[in-house]
Design a protein around this ligand. Sequence first.
Ligand SMILES: [Zn+2]
Ligand SMILES: [Zn+2]
Length: 408
Amino acid sequence: MEPTPDLDLCDRCLGRRLTGALGADIQSSVAADHRAEHGWSEVAPADCAVCEDRWDVDAWVGVAAEALAPYEHRTFQVGTIFPAACEARERDWKHLNPEVGDSIRTEANRILAPLLADRLGTEAVTDGRPDVVVHVDTRFWTASARANSVFLAGRYTKHSRELPQTHWPCRSCSGLGCHACDGAGVTYPDSVEDCVGQPARAAFQAEKYSFHGAGREDIDALMLGSGRPFVLELHDPKRRDVDLEALAAAVNDGTEERGAGVIGLRMTEKAEVAAIKDGQYDKRYVAHCESEADLTEEQVVAACRAMTDVVLEQRTPQRVSHRRADLVRKRRIHEMHLERYDDARHFSVDVLADSGAYIKEMVSGDEGRTTPSLAAALGVPVRVALLDVVEILDGENGPATPAAPTPA
Ligand SMILES: [Zn+2]
Ligand SMILES: [Zn+2]
């Protein structure tokens, strides 16, 4: 298709269509030759349907630098926005050279990136994952910036039996506040997520955070020992280089009051979120048990020995059946021994089990839904009064703690 004579492109935009984003000089000379050949008249940049004479590069650099000023960063990516009508007009002229795909945006980004890098002293990148992305809106001479998330990894401990792992909105009002939650909008006022996230958010000057744990314990279970791995995502952080020792100290200063602590904070990559969510780790527990009949220490020791290295068949427990599919899982109990014998009705056992084993049901038998069980081995009803996770064997905290010797 032959272009119509009422071509409304300035030399620069015509040149870009013919040769690509090779710079104003080449574009203008190629355009001038092409116009002469076709007998087209010159179009002033102010009358150009594509650029409308928007090439105020210094102004673009100025607004972009201002938008990025609050953001600590090493790398950035720049984008530009032009009026939709101008970009559509540019596509109308694509037939001038279908091989050339460069748009006015592509060209503006290429010009802007090195100038902005010079101004800021940081590095412009076009692929990968830059620390920040800035968009210059040439319609309004404004710019907006946003940082890619940073990811903080560590291990948490939990010392309260009333602290959920993650923020728990009220089921009745979904967080709006109602009678059921006394207007708080949450079922539990605090969480491990908030204990770690609030100080981290302040340190990274982030917009918000999301917490990803390597599994979770029941709310009323403690998480002791070397803790449970987690990754905290910090969204739109203005700081990326944070003193992690000071941050850990800030979290741990609140442990006594709030119930959560952290160990071994380090920066990580997004990929670790998926990795810890998929992680299947053996765990060691201490289950504090209550019996309905008197038991001797020797009886408990013998039952623990009988439960060592057995494969449980666990039908989905009644207490979680409303949210998990009803099926039978096979899980191994690697070790079990008596940790402490308090009296004929109260004792604690140390259990090393496969990921996903239901420990409370392994003790009680869950009315026959878990076999074998400690209660069946003892021949009396036994239940877990309190449960603590004492070790997660994910390979990062060294070899498994050797089991304590079983009392003779
Ligand atoms: Zn133009
Ligand atoms: Zn509510």
